[in-house]
Write a protein that binds this ligand. Sequence first.
Ligand code: TMP
Length: 202
Amino acid sequence: MDGLFITFEGCDGCGKTTQLELLAQYLKDKGFDVITTREPGAKGLGVKLREILLNYDGEVSSNCESFLFLADRAQHIDTIVKPAISEGKIVLCDRHIDSTVAYQGYGRGLDLQQINYLNNLATGGLKPDLTLLFDVDTQTSMQRVGKNQDRMESAGIAFQEKVRHGYLELAKAEPERIKVLDSRKTIQQLHQEVLAIFAGLN
Ligand code: TMP
C-alpha cells in the first residue's frame, strides 16, 4: 500500500515547521508510521547543498541557485521520499516543489514553465497528496525571522512579498491540493485546522 506525501510551505517565519512537528507527534501517537523530512538538506549530500544554499556568501546566479535546490530535491525524492512512500509511510516534508516556484520563479523572476518542467524532472512526476500553505503578511514573517538571517532570508522585503504572492497564486491554481492557513492564528488554532484538513483526506 502506498503511503501519503504531505508538504508544508510558506514564507520564512510562517510557522510551518512547528505545525509539521505537531502533526508528526499527533500521528505517531495515533500509531501511524510517519517520517519527517525537509528540503533542502534532509541528510548526507543534501546537508552540504543546504549549507551552500543558505550560507555561501559569494555571487550565486538565480539559475545556479535553482539547480542546487533541484539537485537536493532529486536526491531527496529518490533516496528518502519515494522509498518511504512505497513502504506505506506518511511523509511530512518541510518545503518542496512549490518553494522553487515561489522563491526562484516569482521571487527571482525565473520562467515559471521552466521551473515546472525542472521540478517535474527532479521528482520524476511525483506530486504531494496535500500541501499546507501557511500564509502571513511579510512584515510579520520578517519580524519572526529576526536579525539573524541566512542568504535567502536576507534577500529583502520586496523579494519576500513576491514569494508570498507566488504562493497565493499557486494556491489559486491548485485549490484541491494546496490548502491555505492563516498563520496569524495561534499555534493551537492552526494545529486544529491542520488536523481537520488531514481528516478530510481520507
Ligand atoms: P527553511 O528550511 O528554514 O525553510 O529555509 C530554506 C530556505 O530556502 C528558505 O528561505 C526558502 C528557500 N528555498 C528556495 O528558495 N527554493 C526551494 O526550492 C526551497 C526548497 C527552499
